[in-house]
Ligand binder design. Structure first.
Ligand code: SF4
Length: 534
């Protein structure tokens, strides 16, 4: 079994660029679907999806976009594909039968997907994967073999019987591959080759002369930053980063760039340029949100336009740049809820707090896109510390994992924009996270809209307050690493009902349940009775 490589800012923290209400549902499910699509060579007629009754997915898979993402992935689509809202129908139109069942499997992780796919010849393939938060996933079982695939390599899978060790030796001897693993299950063997490219047909023909190979599968990577053998990063915790800085007081963005350069084998210019691309996407989405978004299947309509009008007319209370932050945060949330393009930063549910705070404050300070990108990079490094030790998944940690992480990341970014010190950036991140501990996840009507809108605004406002407190030298008392550990501990004490299952908090108020029923009835009426996704 290969170990998980260090977290990447672009893979795990700022991204994916996607559509849909929830990255741990839509984007992760899409990536799982893409790998299943490749496992079947894009040829399948039946899909059975099973969710454990005790997990989070039986109650959320449809309303929070798992179905949309999974089916889009099975069709081979991209996470930002504009056809995604219609993916269930598109899959049915392609002649695929879909069954979704709730089963009692006792899965350890609340976001476990069990897929069984068959082609016209009835050949089955199975895949078990978990969504680990922020769009990240891990395939843990393929056709009965225990594996560990994160979608960060070109994976060539060779099925053999009996001669697996010999094949491993020969493929390793070829060189140019990162890892060659032998998996065994019920007398069968699977040789997994992880590399920057697939094993070519010519090489496989040569290997077949000495080792019979029953079948070959090629799974393309689904993450933007590829992994490579022996990747080393300079630090993985805040304490290690401060030790690495050794009193030089480097800006946090510079340390973030150094980290990502090591993780992704990139130059500093490449790292900044990738983040500038993301900044441009975010600015377009903010403008689109303020201009007005429309989507039938949502709880809240377009509200940011009215806020913008009143703000411009001077009819809101004076919040300084905070009002522009609120505008940008709410505009981005509306784009998310209308299936527009967003960036999970660090998740789709909490996609707006960090970019809204950074873009609005940068504009108020008349900073350009490169400065915005540097601020996003700085925030990304705080996200690395969180994702390395813990998670962004609300199903595991409640909203403290999403909104809490976003607030912490945004606070550090804002300090950097004000040319604060490294210690002040870290202090702001710690204070902002401390204020969000224990935050539950209880989406109203099982949609990631409210109270998510207010929680994103709260995270951004908290970030601004903590950034200014840190700039003024306030003492965070508890170091950031200890706050992250505490969030993890608190998550373990939170009941399942308060961790994104829609079984507690505001989710079960009479109003929430009435809205959910109204939206379901409206959808059923527009979908018709032949809707196999229900
Ligand atoms: S309450 Fe927080 S964690 Fe839950 S869906 Fe909303 S933003 Fe995400």
């Amino acid at each position: 079994m290969s170990a998980k490589l260090p977290v990447s800012i672009f893979n795990d923290v700022i991204g994916p660029v996607m559509r849909g209400p929830s990255s741990s549902h839509c984007a992760a499910a899409l990536r799982i679907g893409r790998l299943a699509h490749d496992l079947m060579d894009a040829d399948f007629q039946e899909v059975l999806v099973e969710f454990d009754r005790q997990g989070s997915l039986p109650t959320t898979h449809e309303s929070q976009g798992s179905d949309m993402g999974l089916f889009g992935g099975l069709l081979g689509w991209d996470a930002a594909d504009e056809r995604l809202p219609g993916s269930p129908q598109a899959l049915r139109d392609a002649g695929v039968t879909i069954r979704i069942e709730t089963v009692d499997t006792g899965d350890e992780h609340p976001n476990t997907y069990r897929l069984t796919l068959r082609n016209l010849r009835g050949e089955p393939h199975t895949l078990i994967a978990i969504s680990t938060g922020g769009g990240m996933m891990e395939v843990i079982n393929l056709d009965g073999f225990a594996v560990s695939l994160f979608g960060d390599y070109h994976e060539t899978l060779l099925s053999v019987i009996g001669n697996g060790p010999e094949l491993v030796k020969r493929v390793t001897a070829l060189g140019g591959v990162d890892d060659v693993l032998l998996h065994e299950h019920c007398g069968k063997q699977l040789v997994e080759v992880k590399a920057a490219h697939f094993v070519s047909d010519e090489t496989i023909a040569e290997l077949r002369k000495v080792c019979p190979i029953l079948s070959v599968k090629r799974l393309a990577p689904v993450l933007p930053i590829a992994s490579r053998k022996d990747t080393r990063v300079p630090f993985t915790t805040c304490a290690e980063m401060l030790a690495h800085d050794a009193g030089r007081n480097l800006p946090l963005w510079k340390l973030a760039a150094e980290y990502e350069m090591a993780r992704g084998n990139l130059s500093e210019a490449e790292v900044i340029s990738k983040m500038v691309e993301i900044v441009r996407i975010l600015r377009r989405s903010i403008a689109q949100g303020i201009a007005g978004t429309h989507y039938d299947d949502r709880v809240l309509g377009h509200q940011s336009g009215q806020f913008n009008d009143l703000m411009k007319a001077g009819r809101l209370l004076d919040g300084g740049a905070l009002n522009r932050i609120i505008l940008y945060v709410t505009a981005l949330m509306e784009v998310k809820s209308s299936m527009g393009v967003i960036v999970a930063a660090p998740t789709a549910g909490a996609c707006a707090a960090l970019p809204g705070a950074v873009m609005a404050m940068a504009e108020a300070m008349e900073l350009g896109e490169e400065e915005m990108a540097k601020a996003m990079l700085a925030s990304g490094l705080i996200g690395v510390f969180i994702a390395t030790r813990w998670t962004f998944a609300a199903e595991v940690g409640g909203c403290q994992a999403e909104g809490g992480s976003a607030a912490s990341m945004a606070a550090a970014a804002l300090v950097g924009m004000a040319n604060g010190t490294l210690a002040q950036s870290v202090a702001a991140a710690s204070m902002a996270f401390q204020s969000m501990l224990g935050l539950i996840c209880d989406p109203i009507a099982n949609r990631v809209e409210a109270p998510c809108l207010g929680k994103n605004v709260m995270a951004a406002s908290n970030a601004l307050a903590c950034a200014n407190m840190a700039l003024a030298g306030y003492d965070p008392v508890i170091p950031l690493d200890e706050v992250i550990e505490t969030a993890q501990r608190v998550a373990g004490q939170m009941p399942r009902e308060l961790r994104c299952t829609a079984l507690g908090g505001l989710s079960i108020t009479p109003t929430s349940m009435a809205i959910e029923q109204r939206l379901a009835a409206k959808k059923a009426a527009s979908c018709g009775s032949g809707c196999a996704c229900h």
